[in-house]
Design a protein around this ligand. Sequence first.
Ligand code: APR
Ligand code: PHB
Length: 393
Amino acid sequence: MRTQVAIIGGGPAGMLLSEMLHRAGVHSVVLEQRSRAYVLSRIRAGVLEQGTVDVLRANGLGERMDREGHAHDGMKIVWGSSDSFFIDVYKHLGKRFVAYGQTNIQEDLFAAADQREATVLTEAEDVQPMDVTSERPYVTFKYRDEAIRLDCDFIAGCDGFHGVSRKTIPQGVLREFEKVYPFGWLGVLSETPPLPDIVYANHPRGFALASMRNERLSRYYLQVPLDTKIEDWSDDRFWSELQVRFPRELADAVITGASIEKSIAPLRSFVAEPMSHGRLFLAGDAAHIVPPTGAKGLNLAVSDVFYLSRAMAAFYERGSTSLLDGYSAMALRRVWSSVRTSWYLTNLLHRFPAASEFDQRAQEYELTYLKSSHHAQAALAEQYAGLPFEEAV
Ligand code: APR
Ligand code: PHB
């Protein structure tokens, strides 16, 4: 088989890259190890930055998002019995967010791929990028018991944190930066009307978050110890713990109901540098992980893909390699900005088991300062909104 770009991984990064390359007249093949049903069953965050919304719209993926998504201006932070402030991204930057689940985006991407009869091979096994530093890289894999070699010009590693692509970059070349947090998030999806705002709560019993998917679907999270067992968390226990962690007025406004999904995720920050090696280019979770605080993961996958598709299009249109050469550095500037913001929000809002009384006081006074300072709120709003995409130079 032959294609221009072999894309490993059919998550949001891989599928969006395939769509954007197609629109630039570049052919790709997507190799995904799981089934389509499995990929579509994953529940992930769902807060889209304005830049992400713009990219999806510009690529024909905005229709259902604009119909079903829920636009909002920022998020609320609450602590103590009634202290709060609102990070008003719209007021400070004129940008909005849209709450729209990653699961829906994944469905929209598959629908678009079906429409253009894209080659998306699911349940592809033993996918292996080969000769990535040569002019003629290729990918080997097994598909329906047949061993296949896919020749290509470039390989895009969009295969998530546990994928094979990053592992093919030699040890002496790759640098990894990691922070693992001493707690996880227990998430619940419920068919109940959400609170009007996304609310982040810092409480002595741990962090809590109220979010939404649409007018009838809510998403809530609780900070929990890493050894938490999901069987120990009945819906009743979840709702009462959530209500304890919110100030009275908000707790009373939460509409509870049966959960339709419940899961636990550990929290980690991770960045791999560089994001390219020869003709292999990493995008999305293959290169970086953020803790969910701030919901930046999907937004970073989209900005990587925006830069990478533009660079590949420039190569095919004009034979220019300068954007490809600069891809890693450009993508990493935005990655580190959001990695830093997610780490900051994680530190600001969670209770760390090993925190000293000093640490605790410093955290409280950081919240007090944010509440009182217009400038501090503007700076946080700018970071939370996500940096604008850089021009091609
Ligand atoms: N061969 C083929 N496919 C693979 C392999 C492999 N060896 N390893 C992993 N994959 C597939 C996974 O099955 C998955 O479908 O790559 C895909 C990667 O998708 P995601 O993990 O969703 O990563 P990405 O597309 O970068 O999207 C980032 O996902 O984790 C969230 O917060 C994150 O929202 C962000 C988004
Ligand atoms: C979500 O809606 O799933 C969500 C919202 C905000 C976050 C993380 C997750 O910070």
